[in-house]
Design a protein around this ligand. Structure first.
Ligand code: GLU
Length: 513
């Protein structure tokens, strides 16, 4: 085979929001294209007009952009092979269906939907629940193979509704090699005469898909495993048109975290993790949460998806998009389903958060605060991020865990107050306050040194005093280095928080007593 330029496409149907499985398909196409210096194309397969969903097209485009895997060409991105939306290519498909009719490879079928239902019902009553329109049953149906030529012409002239069906031969093996699954062989006796062209003047997915892949010069079809059953028909169509078929790679399913079966929207609701890249509001106004809005970084999201089916063959787990482009090959994509692990997804985000510089995190945190109308701070944001990032998974955790930097101390943790603030604590803390007032250098190291000197001189234990100092500065019972917190707050704020805190806690205690 001649070395064709690598051209791959992601071909979703805009029937709703893109699920993570769809984004993974897009990602693998993107990575494969980048790895081979090829083109990545977005084509919208909207031949089924009954399943049109408002906003789905834009959602797909926005999702790919957010993940950083924008197509080189396609719907919303331009290019020389357009239009890239099948409904806008409508006029293009009929001649191909006609060609197959002329060559005796397809036929007209005039059966009404009611007649087809009747046929299915009768078959069911006779113990055949899976009736099919195929090489055996077609002779009993109303089509251009069973009816006389005159009747067919008459019906066409009258404008009787018809569909065009592929004429599957009897007992022929269709074989092709899938890059991931190896050789696939299916006998045509197991395939039905699928509709290629519908009564509404639109092609079906099958016809449009292969006409487009051919005319858009697609070299590799990389898509979900759910399309594997359609692949023999597609191979057959390529043969029927005498076109060179693209190579196929059917990706493994993404499975539920906790059991068998495909990951679904409901699993996300049930187990509390996003299944969609971006928030999606359905026609009933229900909102499904997205990775973006849940605080995932695009690079973490991409890394998570990359590992749902692919691995580099060694222990490495962190790959940014550029690294993935270099390393990704379809040969390293597994056959078996990949279990989605929500905890692992969080772990990835945590790793990417830690990799970011404090300045970057500070910018993101500022954005988060502004977007959510939260309390800003006069303290420097970068040191806060530096201090809090080891414990955070998402940007919001920096704010939530470090609320005392933004909102001040609004209450004192009940448990710590009860357990640690003893009768003598007010006295000790007042003395420490006096010492703290005399300290000039509020660097973390210096405050720590002074604090330790203070407790040694008083012959106190660290465990008895430190939690109370923390309580005064933060209101909470645990957190990162208290001396670093003191450095960020600075002398004036430390003193003021201590004064307020000692008074308030002492009062609380006296009320309890
Ligand atoms: N339109 C199909 C889908 O919604 C695409 C299948 C393919 O890539 O061939 O996933």
């Amino acid at each position: 085979m001649s070395e064709k330029k690598v051209r791959v496409r992601f071909a979703p149907s805009p029937t709703g929001p893109l699920h993570v499985g769809g984004v993974r398909t897009a990602l693998y196409n993107y990575l494969f294209a980048r790895h081979h210096g090829g083109d990545f194309i977005l084509r919208l397969e909207d031949t089924d007009q009954t399943r049109f969903v408002e906003g789905a097209e834009q959602y797909i485009i926005d999702s790919l952009k957010w993940a950083g895997i924008s197509p080189d060409e396609g719907q919303g991105f331009g290019g020389d092979f357009g239009p890239y939306k099948q409904s806008e290519r409508k006029a293009m498909y009929k001649p191909y269906a006609d060609q197959l009719i002329e060559q005796g490879k397809a036929y007209y079928a005039f059966d009404t939907p009611e007649e087809l239902d009747q046929m299915r019902d009768n078959a069911k009553k006779m113990g055949m629940p899976n009736w099919q329109y195929n090489s055996i049953t077609r002779s009993n149906m109303k089509n251009s193979l069973s009816l006389s030529q005159e009747e067919v012409e008459e019906r066409l002239k009258n404008g009787d509704p018809y569909v065009i069906r592929i004429k599957m031969p009897r007992d022929m093996d269709i074989k092709f090699e899938d890059i991931i699954r190896g050789w696939v062989s299916v006998n045509t006796n197991n395939l039905d005469d699928k509709v290629l062209f519908k009564a509404d003047g639109m092609p079906t997915y099958h016809l449009a898909n292969i006409v487009d892949d051919h005319t858009m010069e697609i070299s590799h079809v990389i898509r979900g495993e759910e399309w594997l059953p359609s692949a023999p028909l597609h191979q057959f169509l390529y043969q029927a048109f005498e076109w060179e078929a693209p190579k196929f790679a059917h990706l493994p399913l993404i499975l539920k975290p906790d059991g068998p079966g495909k990951l679904s929207k409901r699993d996300g609701d049930r187990l509390g993790f996003p299944v969609f890249p971006l928030n999606w509001t359905n026609s009933e106004g229900e909102v499904y949460s997205g990775y973006k809005e849940s605080g995932y970084f695009p690079d973490a999201f991409v890394n998570i998806l990359a590992f749902l089916g692919w691995n580099p063959g060694d222990e490495r787990e962190l790959f940014n998009l550029d690294e993935l482009c270099k390393e990704f090959t379809l040969e390293r994509v597994g056959k078996s389903g990949a279990k989605f692990d929500p905890d692992k997804a969080k772990w990835y985000n945590q790793q990417y958060l830690r990799q970011r510089s404090s300045d970057e995190l500070a910018d993101l945190l500022k954005g988060y605060i502004a977007e959510n109308g939260l309390q800003n701070t006069s303290f420097e944001m970068a040191p806060i991020c530096e201090l809090m990032k080891e414990r955070a998974t998402f940007i919001k955790d920096i704010y939530e865990d470090g609320k005392y930097f933004f909102e001040g101390v609004t209450s004192y943790d009940e448990k710590t107050t009860r357990k640690k603030w003893k009768e003598q604590t007010t006295g000790i803390m007042t003395e420490w306050l006096e010492t703290a007032k005399s300290i000039e250098d509020y660097s973390a190291d210096h405050v720590e040194e002074q604090f330790k000197a203070f407790i040694t001189s008083k012959e106190l234990g660290l465990g008895a005093v430190l939690p109370n100092f923390r309580l005064l500065l933060t209101g909470v019972g645990s957190g990162p280095s208290l001396f670093s917190i003191a450095e960020i707050l600075g002398k004036e704020e430390v003193i003021s928080r201590m004064e307020t805190g000692i008074a308030k806690i002492t009062e609380l205690k006296s009320q309890e007593a």
